[in-house]
Ligand binder design. Structure first.
Ligand code: B12
Length: 287
């Protein structure tokens, strides 16, 4: 798997951890935090080490407790949600990049951290603990994190199979299709994300034209696009020989009969496991 080989400056890490820069530099000089020096003599810390710090490897417990991160398991969706709802939600970028740099795959990152943390943010908004502006800011930080991880993916080979991702018209949710795209990229596919609010007819046209190996539909709002549109989408996938994966918060059982031949998944980890298995070649006749 491609890892993020990113280095951060003591200033950035200090900001992310909510510590003083001089404290962090002192710990580096005392050898408590492994760091390298640039040819110009500036200290740099590898992102993988950041995770180690978050796990309690080098930062005094009091500091970690203040962050709500006392040991590895405490790099939890709860801690992430707390950071997202705080005055400095950008610290979530360091946590997510740190987890990814430490080898957590995109599917697990999304299923175990991103979705549950956003769920907590949503509950906080519903209960009046978090303002709508804070919720929007949290979404923005998550978007930045996901675009960053997407940019770090290797360019797919010319022979990589195509995949397309979309949410249907009436569905405004951005994060879920992006998470799906990241998982497909990590699985070696050349994944194009049409994003949310895609008219079903345009998606069908694109499938007919591109004949992608995989089509992934993200459903956050169950009522989107209606029966006929879903039936047409499933037919376009069968005709093109595309494997159609469907998932998302809004994937209620009633939708699946319209999407004949689709593989309904409860999580991205499930989709990733299925993608690892060889595909049966499907045609309009065999479906
Ligand atoms: C951010 C957010 C918004 C933002 C979205 C911004 C944007 N452009 O993306 C905005 C402001 C638009 C919004 C609007 C609304 N929202 Co809103 N929103 C959320 C929030 C907090 C996060 C959603 C999110 O992005 N999650 C992160 C993604 C990654 O998680 P996920 O969708 O679950 O995806 C995971 C899986 O489902 C799966 N998956 C997803 N797609 C696919 C596809 C495949 C193929 C596979 C295999 C897997 C898969 O993998 C992902 C990773 O595990 C949720 C809270 C929550 N419970 O999620 C509320 C929430 C969904 N919203 C809610 C509400 C009420 C609304 C509004 C009605 C508010 C209003 N009064 O206007 C509107 C409705 C909009 C609409 N047209 O439907 C409620 C819904 C309640 C309900 N049961 O219907 C929630 C649950 C908040 C709450 N009360 O807790 N919202």
């Amino acid at each position: 798997m491609q890892r993020l080989e990113r280095w951060v400056s003591p200033a950035r890490l200090a900001r992310a951890l909510g510590l003083g820069e001089s404290t962090l530099k002192r710990w580096i000089d005392q050898g408590r935090i492994p760091a390298a020096k640039t040819p110009g003599g500036h200290r740099r810390i590898r992102l993988a080490e950041v995770l180690h710090l978050l796990q309690g490897g080098g930062v005094p417990q009091a500091e970690l407790a203040a962050l709500g991160l006392t040991d590895r398991d405490e790099v939890s969706s709860r801690a992430l949600a707390a950071v997202l709802g705080s005055e400095s939600p950008e610290r979530a970028l360091t946590i997510l990049e740190g987890l990814y740099a430490a080898g957590v795959r995109a599917a697990e990152l999304a299923d175990r951290w991103i979705a549950p943390a956003m769920q907590r943010v949503g509950r906080g908004w519903e209960a009046g603990r978090i303002t709508i502006t804070a919720e929007h800011r949290a979404t923005g930080v998550m978007l930045r994190a996901l675009y960053g991880l997407l940019r770090a993916q290797p360019v797919p080979s010319a022979r990589a199979p195509d995949a397309v991702v979309a949410g249907l018209a009436g569905d405004p949710y951005l994060l879920a299709p992006l998470c799906v795209q990241l998982v497909l990229c990590e699985s070696g596919l050349r994944a194009t994300n049409f994003g949310p609010d895609t008219p079903a007819t345009s998606l069908c046209d694109a499938i007919t034209e591109r004949r992608p190996a995989v089509v992934a539909l993200s459903v956050s709002v169950p009522g989107t696009s209606g029966h006929d549109a879903r039936v047409a989408l499933a037919a376009a996938c069968r005709e093109a020989g595309s494997r159609l994966f469907v998932g998302g918060r809004g994937l209620v059982p009633d939708l699946l009969p319209d999407l004949a031949g689709a593989i309904g998944c409860r999580s991205l980890s499930e989709m990733e496991r299925i993608l690892r298995r060889p595909a049966r070649v499907r045609t309009a006749r065999s479906a």
